[in-house]
Write a protein that binds this ligand. Structure first.
Ligand SMILES: [Zn+2]
Length: 436
């Protein structure tokens, strides 16, 4: 498989660091960003590179040459005049005959590219965007996706957002099928996101691959130094899904949002005061933050899947305003007891995912390569603690909910805490003590 690297950008915002170098040649810990990218792709078995360069790209071809020195093969497409972020792809059509990766050259990253490609294949996608939640969704372009992770639309950051949204932003990495090259029919100035991605979204052939991996641009001096720090601390490589991940699983009601009976309407959801700040601490650690929740309100017919989606969008929106995000959320819509008025028969089943069963943990484990034994579950009921134990995780019981529906008595947690902040601090302190 080929990787096409868009390396045409000039890096004007980084001038204080780079001088006149192309952006991709900015050195982080002694290597140009582009070299870090090559190494990540090479680890996934990708050896063929097409690098799109502009007129000032000589520094790039001088450094990388034909790639032999780096154990890969590199050819170049040189744009005589600027062709935007997609126009240069026109020249790739004679070389690339199958799926390929497209990567913007100013991104520091480490990604399990084969996992990304597998997702593209499984969905039968024509164009798959690498998507992730970030700590400032309110001023980012967002991808809006459906239950099957198909992209329905791109929500511009310039829109007035008086609604709740999913925290899902476009990172600038794609798996493309050959169709994408066919679409770029002329060597003219074309914007990849505004024209090519938009076309495939409208055609219903674009998917969003939600991942927890590290992908950040270093386009300003502030970001540059924070990326350098993350590299030194092993965060960038550690978060690649080629490596087993550690996760803090969070129950929803009584853990992230205030427990106030079953939530059936968006208005009823209110975050715990410390939810965003506690989850933000998880986000800047080596742990993933994944919510796992039973929502029998669906099976009972007390609310709809659409309303539940909006409830979760509200949670993501509020967390995002507080600079925090969930890497993923999994819910069980089922309930085993039949025979009630208004129930939805298709969800009245004895499923594998209703906690304390571990179907939700297993889904997360498969998608994010999670090592459950190195993971934690935090929740406010006996059922949560039993779920963590059943999954082989360590557990923390949150003693926050007055009169919880199931009192903590049988399942024995590893620790008892009185707030989410206390629980997260405890895990991160133990982590430091482990030198793990
Ligand atoms: Zn279920």
């Amino acid at each position: 498989m080929y990787a096409v690297i868009q390396a045409g950008g000039a890096g004007t915002r980084l001038k204080t660091i780079t001088g006149d170098l192309p952006k991709v040649m900015v050195e982080i810990c002694g290597k140009p960003i582009l070299e870090w990218q090559l190494e990540s792709l090479k680890k996934s078995g990708i050896h063929d590179f097409l690098v799109i360069i502009s007129k000032n790209g000589k520094a790039i071809s001088d450094y990388f040459g034909d790639g032999k020195k780096f154990g890969v093969s590199i050819s170049y497409i040189k744009e005589e005049s600027p062709l935007g972020t997609a126009g240069g792809l026109y020249f790739a059509r004679d070389i690339i005959k199958d799926d390929f990766i497209l990567c913007f050259g100013d991104l520091m990253l480490d990604v399990d590219w084969m996992r990304f490609h597998r997702f593209h294949k499984e969905k039968g996608s024509a164009l798959t965007a690498f998507a992730h939640p970030n700590s400032h969704p309110f001023d980012s372009d967002l991808l809006v996706s459906d239950e099957d992770e198909k992209i329905i639309k791109i929500d511009s950051k310039n829109n007035v957002r008086d609604y709740y949204y999913e925290n899902l932003t476009n990172a600038g990495l794609y798996v493309c099928s050959k169709e994408v090259l066919d679409y770029v029919a002329e060597p003219t100035k074309i914007d990849f996101e505004k024209v090519v991605l938009k076309h495939f979204v409208e055609d219903g052939k674009a998917y969003a691959y939600r991942s927890s991996e590290y992908v950040k641009d270093c386009g300003t001096p502030d970001r540059f130094y924070s990326v350098e720090n993350d590299l030194k601390n092993g965060i960038i490589h550690g978060k690649s899904l080629a490596n087993p991940q550690k996760c803090i699983f969070l129950d929803r009601d009584g853990t992230i949002n205030k427990y106030n009976g079953l939530v059936t309407k968006t208005d009823e959801l209110k975050l715990e005061e410390d939810a965003a700040s506690a989850i933000q601490k998880i986000n800047s650690s080596k742990y993933l933050a994944i919510c796992v929740t039973n929502q029998p309100v669906i099976a009972r017919g007390d609310t709809t899947l659409e309303e539940l989606k909006n409830i979760h969008n509200k949670m993501e929106t509020l967390l995002g305003k507080g600079g925090a995000y969930l890497d993923a959320l999994y819910f069980c819509p089922h309930h085993p007891d039949k025979g009630f008025e208004g129930e939805v028969p298709e969800f009245k089943i004895d499923c594998d995912c209703r906690k304390p069963k571990i179907g939700l943990l297993k889904k997360a484990e498969a998608r994010f390569n999670i090592d459950l034994k190195k993971s934690w579950l935090i929740g406010d009921t006996d059922r949560d603690i039993q779920t963590g134990i059943n999954g082989g995780c360590r557990t923390i019981f949150l003693d926050t909910t007055p009169n919880p529906p199931i009192r903590f008595k049988d399942a024995k947690p590893d620790f008892v805490c009185h707030s989410l902040t206390e629980a997260v601090n405890l895990i991160l302190t133990l982590e430091r003590d482990d030198h793990d």
